[in-house]
Design a protein around this ligand. Structure first.
Ligand code: HEM
Length: 460
């Protein structure tokens, strides 16, 4: 197979492979192309060099090596840099400010720091469940909206001690609306020829909106610094960003970099977690036998008092498997891009080539997952089987030094919410014939799903 030519779909004049990509759900086109062209294919766009897509576990494993490959830009990330520049998620290679932010922030997102956030996460989770309980069993819940509120309020309270109080307003928080618009347009622009006029007008109209978001965050830095003098700074991620210096350079992170990283947490930390939860509910509700098993585990672990604690969350093996299986079938941050640091030998890739890891296709590779790879089967993710998986087969949080910093945060938040929800409530779809409708921005989400929640018998 060495030096085999890389398959490439037929190209159109001028637009090249662009017409092959659906405008509303581009990711679906790449999954279909992977089925047609196999484990690797190349795509050409109207401008720039071709991008190489890897779709199998075997080939993705080859680029999972930080000494030979590094993160690079792609059509979507390049657009997102308009907002957050070289902050953690959008920095390429080893841009110096990425290194500084990474070293300063890693301890703040480590497992023990996240355990300390449990009380605040539970506070927000309880608010949502109380709201659903009070609304009663016939109230139609717009799932995406309320899960967005949940994850947005959690990230605000846990990382910067800000209460956004989204549950107290019938409209969605301005920030989340703005982010949703930005991320949708980012993807549209990424797959639209750059000469199209809406590109410029969009940027003009949005620029002022984002600048005002940045100002808000800068006010937040001043307010926080003011607390330094009376010793009342809360022990959170924002305080760490303001007060710590980088262990390597001995320098603090510049203010504009702090602001970009705060925006990154708010953006990366709320959409991903809420959409993972909405896919999880879809998979559970359309596979009722998994809910029976889950509630059985919750009843055994939580007994009659039903108090979810860190200790009993750790005992919930089936719940953890449900979340892992959700992230396999619905890796909401679906692509990542790397580039070889030097020319490679197998499928000769030149240094600097954009290589896209197509996570949805890779995580359905039948050579790893078997003939039922498309099915939701949490049993395959129970601890023993999960740890026996081939290396790099499950990668919803990316890989290596550029893997997700928020993984422990997201996991804890999702497990807590799912445990509390399914212990106390029976959940059902408003439309029992609901067909999964996937909506794509920078991440994937469900669309149009509504649920009912009803107190389980005997649960107060
Ligand atoms: C990076 C997925 C939650 C902050 C990533 C990457 C993936 C990912 C795949 C790697 C992207 C790449 O290589 O280009 C997810 C998923 C989540 C989640 C599936 C939820 C289920 C969060 C949360 C936060 C967060 C809650 C913030 C608290 C970040 C940041 C990076 C990142 C800052 C960049 C890390 C770096 O390059 O240094 N995430 N994420 N994520 N994520 Fe998450």
């Amino acid at each position: 197979m060495d030096f085999s030519p890389i398959p490439q779909p037929p190209a159109y004049p001028f637009l090249r492979n662009l017409p092959l990509i659906e405008s509303t759900l581009p990711v679906r086109s790449f999954i279909v192309l992977a089925k047609t062209y196999g484990e690797i294919f190349s795509m050409r766009y109207p401008s720039g060099p071709p991008a190489i897509y890897l779709n199998s576990h075997a080939l993705v494993s080859q680029v999972c090596d930080d000494s030979r490959f590094e993160k690079t830009g792609n059509r979507v990330l390049n657009q997102a840099r308009d907002l957050v520049g070289d902050a953690l998620l959008t920095a390429f290679g080893d841009e110096p400010r990425w290194g500084m932010a990474h070293r300063i922030l890693m301890p703040a997102f480590g497992t023990s720091s996240i355990r300390n956030m449990f009380g605040d996460m539970k506070d927000i989770c309880d608010q949502l469940l109380l709201k659903w309980d009070r609304a009663g069993p016939t109230h139609e819940i717009d799932l995406v909206e309320d899960l967005t509120r949940l994850s947005f309020d959690s990230i605000g309270l846990c990382t910067m001690s800000q209460r956004f109080n989204s549950f107290y307003s019938s409209s969605m928080p301005e920030f989340t609306k703005c982010v949703a618009e930005f991320t949708t347009e980012t993807v549209q622009r990424a797959f639209r020829p750059s000469f199209m006029p809406s590109f410029l007008s969009y940027m003009k109209s949005k620029a002022s909106q984002f600048l005002s978001l940045r100002d808000t965050k800068e006010d937040m830095l001043d307010e926080r610094r003011a607390l330094m003098f009376d010793g009342t700074m809360p022990d959170d991620v924002l305080t760490r960003l303001i007060t710590k210096v980088d262990s390597k350079t001995g320098k603090p992170l510049p203010d504009d970099s702090i602001v970009k990283n705060l925006l990154t947490f708010l953006v990366a930390g709320h959409e991903t977690t809420s959409s993972t939860l909405s896919f999880c509910l879809y998979f559970l509700l359309t596979n009722p036998e998994t809910i029976v098993e889950l509630q059985d585990e919750l009843d055994r672990t939580l007994g009659n008092d039903g108090e979810v604690t860190l200790e009993n969350l750790e005992k919930m093996e089936y719940l953890t498997a449900v979340l892992r299986e959700t992230l396999r079938l619905a890796p909401v941050a679906f692509f990542r891009t790397v580039t070889p640091k030097e020319d490679t030998k197998r499928y000769l890739l030149k240094k600097g080539t954009t290589v896209v890891v197509n996570t949805p296709s890779m995580q359905r590779d039948p050579r790893v997952w078997g003939p039922d790879a498309e099915e939701f089967r949490p049993g395959r993710m129970l601890d023993g089987r999960f740890s026996a998986l081939p290396k790099n087969a499950w990668q919803p949080f990316g890989y290596g030094v550029r893997a997700c910093i928020g993984r422990p945060f997201a996991f804890q938040e999702c497990l807590l919410f799912l445990a509390a929800l399914f212990y106390h409530f029976d959940v059902s779809l408003v439309d029992s014939a609901y067909q999964l409708d996937v909506f794509q921005t920078i991440t994937l989400n469900t669309r149009g799903m509504k649920i009912y929640t009803k107190r389980r018998e005997g649960r107060s």
